[in-house]
Design a protein around this ligand. Structure first.
Ligand code: ZN
Length: 769
């Protein structure tokens, strides 16, 4: 089934035609992987669950004069799988910056009708820049060279002897590469050059040869790095020694182990003060950072960082950094929240960054698990928004004059919440980003929305509310959320907005906050520091909530249909009393109320034969079938006599029986939420689970019994389902209200007018006679 979906996608069609006959409530068992000892049917890690462990000791030198990185690393690989491994696969992400990388070669032509100078400059730079990794040595523990084969962004290292289950081995790699200029060759890592003061900010990520993941569900994850699919890695402990110019400030994943060697006495004192402070405290003030910009040290310092139980390591380094920090308790864990940014980020960064970090840790910890790490860092530099364990890079800055737009302000707070939030997904709940973007971005964007709404009332969030997804759900060229990262169309809408919206709907409308929050927390608890797959998420959410959600995953994650429910027709029924004295006069009235047809009206004036010959008239010309007869009365009395008192009462009921016919126009089954407005001014809400569609996914009818008269019915009155067409949600239908703008017609100047050319008249020729 999954294959069918993907085949349709490959041809750029919607999957609707292929899957349209599938029962939307059919269980997903045939699509999901079979449960096993590693992953149970309940969505939890099983008794046989295992994952590898990789520890790193890295020495790296940042060459500020040539913008190069030179490193040497010692990897300890623990084989905890049941398998024997003869080789290891290592990721060389920087090879994406080779001019002939798959990412460069498979990039398709841009729209060339109109191109900015910047875009052209980047196109040209990408052709010549070579940021690929130069591997200078690959050795075993004994120092002897190991055979290795580079396959584009991956490298296979052949082990001297097979690595059996439970054993560990050591590999050492030396390497260096040219750092990319983010302005010309943008990415998730790079440097920014400041011409005014001749300084650099380095944000360094995906920078060292990293062990690829080896998993129970896919073996080696060595799918080539094409740019969109990020990565997945193994947990382990890191010791990293970063040698940078002595006047640089370095921020990194982990805890700084040698503050005495790299920080001044005053900086160390301020750091101590910050740990207890109620507000962010400057470790390096804006004035000091400004002064540092003029410094040019030819000495170096080595910053030593230690990070345990992380899946990656990133750092930033610059002379320009202002540094603020504030200690914070997250449910008993002491965390130092820190921000690093140049004066170009002010006054926004000192006001919002560290606050946004702490806010994120609080809200996310409440919905998942307690943030476990000792630091959480936000850095301003060239990268727009990217996450790594304990550290993230965030781009927004004010204008050079210090003013900023509303968009920049909230863009900054939102991106910090988002990137700090990624500590939870995927840095701790270690999903496979190279395969599934939604598993970290979708879940994270959902929590980002919750955190934003707790920042201030009316926070201008961009994703999360069902009504905001309508445009995307109506759009063409869509693929299901369950699509490989590098094949996704409309990336942000598909992998961020749609899953975030779906989860919000699941929380507010399908499960309710209490059930959802319990199940979501259970998913996070089960899979923290482990490696979940989509099935583990789907199964856990059902397992912990006690609600069958297969239809929901199928509709929202495996298909592309939009939600569009409609009220087709409303029919009012009442019980016929059977009493001729009541029923017959009523039917007479109804008959009289029938409109006269056109022919009836025109024929009325025609002379009739029976009027000319009255002898043609008989009994039937006088008798009205709706006159009450004695026979009618007797029949009714006989009928009533046979009824039991209870039945007689039912016969007299004055209830109204409304049959509301509903149509599923969009295809995605959803709960039916009806707001009933009655003629007496009162209101009632009817919330019907999606299972109403289980026998017929296109047409259903709902009976509403009420003594009141319905004046109006609104479907999805609180905009909670993402219904893409609301014009069919109201009974009786109402005009769709809109406005058009008037404008004054204006004619542009023609070329003669613009050039101020005087019109000339043709020479009159003499008329000939
Ligand atoms: Zn993200």
């Amino acid at each position: 089934m999954l294959l069918l979906v993907h085949a349709a996608v490959a041809h750029g069609q919607s999957d609707r035609s292929i899957l349209s006959n599938v029962d939307p409530f059919r269980q997903l068992d045939e699509i999901l992987p079979t449960p096993n000892a590693q992953r149970t049917a309940s969505g939890a890690p099983g008794p046989g669950y295992w994952q590898q462990r990789v520890d790193y000791t890295i020495d790296v030198v940042l060459d500020d004069a040539r913008q190069r990185l030179r490193g040497s690393e010692r990897i300890t690989y623990y084989n905890r799988s049941p398998d024997t491994l003869r080789y290891l696969w290592v990721q060389l992400d920087a090879n994406i910056y080779a001019p002939d990388s798959d990412a460069a070669l498979t990039a398709t032509a841009p729209q060339l009708k109109k191109l900015s100078f910047g875009s052209l400059e980047r196109l040209m730079a990408r052709r010549v820049f070579d940021g690929s990794v130069k591997i200078t040595a690959v050795r075993g523990a004994d120092g002897r060279s190991l055979p290795h084969t580079i396959v584009k962004t991956m490298m296979r290292i052949d082990l001297p002897r097979p690595l059996r289950s439970g054993e560990s081995t050591v590999v050492q790699i030396d390497w260096n590469y040219q750092i990319n200029n983010s302005r010309l060759v943008p990415g998730r890592t790079g440097y920014e050059y400041f011409e005014r003061d001749n300084n650099y900010i380095y944000e360094i990520a995906q920078w060292f040869p990293r062990l690829a993941a080896y998993t129970d569900y896919a073996g080696w994850q060595h799918k080539q790095f094409l740019g969109a699919g990020e990565f997945t890695l193994e947990f382990g402990n890191y010791l990293v020694r970063i040698t940078a110019p002595a006047d640089h400030i370095v921020a990194a994943t982990g805890v700084l182990m040698n503050p005495e060697q790299v920080l001044s006495e005053q900086q160390r004192a301020r750091l101590e003060e910050a740990r207890q402070a109620a507000k962010p405290v400057f470790i390096v003030t804006p004035e000091e950072a400004k002064a540092n910009e003029q410094s040019r040290s030819d000495k170096t310092k080595t910053w030593v960082f230690k990070a345990d139980r992380v899946r990656d390591f990133a750092f930033a380094s610059s002379r320009k950094f202002i540094w603020d920090a504030q200690g914070h308790h997250v449910g008993g864990n002491r965390v130092l929240a820190m921000s690093f940014y140049p004066n170009e980020g002010e006054p926004l960064w000192s006001r919002y960054s560290t606050h946004a970090i702490i806010h994120t840790l609080n809200v996310y910890s409440r919905y998942t698990f307690r943030f476990p790490y000792p630091v959480a860092i936000s850095v301003n530099g060239p990268v727009g928004g990217m996450e790594y364990p304990m550290i993230c890079f965030n781009g927004p800055r004010p204008h050079p004059d210090g003013t900023y737009s509303k968009r920049t302000k909230y863009g900054l707070i939102s991106v910090i919440i988002h990137e700090v939030g990624h500590n939870f997904f995927p840095m701790i709940v270690n999903s496979d980003e190279r395969q599934w973007t939604w598993m970290d971005e979708g879940l994270n964007t959902f929590l980002q929305y919750l955190a934003e709404q707790e920042w201030e009332e009316g926070y201008p969030s961009r994703r999360g509310e069902p009504k905001w997804i309508v445009g995307y759900m109506q759009s063409h060229r869509q693929v299901p959320i369950m699509t490989n990262s590098d094949s996704i169309l409309q990336f942000g809408n598909n992998a961020y907005a749609k899953p975030a919206t779906a989860l919000n709907i699941l929380r507010e409308t399908i499960l309710g906050r209490e059930l959802f929050d319990f199940a979501f927390k259970e998913y996070a608890r089960r899979w923290q520091f482990k490696r979940p797959t989509p099935a583990d998420f789907f199964r856990t959410m059902e397992d912990a909530s006690g609600v069958d959600l297969d239809w929901f995953w199928r509709g929202w994650f495996y298909r592309t249909d939009p939600v569009d429910l409609a009220i087709k027709k409303v029919t009012l029924y009442n019980v016929e009393s059977g009493n001729p004295e009541i029923d017959k006069p009523r039917r007479k009235q109804e008959r009289e109320a029938q409109p006269e047809t056109l022919s009836e009206r025109r024929n009325r004036a025609l002379p009739k034969r029976v009027d000319r010959f009255p002898e043609l008239k008989d009994f039937y010309n006088q008798f009205d079938e709706l006159d009450v007869t004695d026979a009618d009365r007797k029949a009714f009395q006989r009928m009533v006599k046979r009824l039991r008192p209870k039945e007689r009462k039912l016969l007299e009921t004055k209830q109204n029986f409304y049959v509301v016919a509903l149509e599923n126009v969009g295809g995605l089954v959803m709960p039916v939420i009806l707001q009933l407005e009655f003629t007496d001014g009162s209101q009632e809400e009817l919330r019907i689970p999606a299972e109403i569609w289980r026998r017929n996914a296109q047409h259903v009818a709902k009976l509403i019994i009420t003594p009141k008269s319905i004046r109006r019915i609104v479907l999805d009155p609180h905009l909670e389902t993402g219904d893409v067409d609301r014009s069919n949600n109201v009974f009786p239908p109402e005009p769709v209200k809109s406005r058009f703008k008037l404008f004054k017609e204006r004619r542009g100047l023609n070329t003669m007018q613009r050039m101020k050319v005087a019109p000339t008249r043709p020479q009159a020729t003499e008329a000939k006679k």
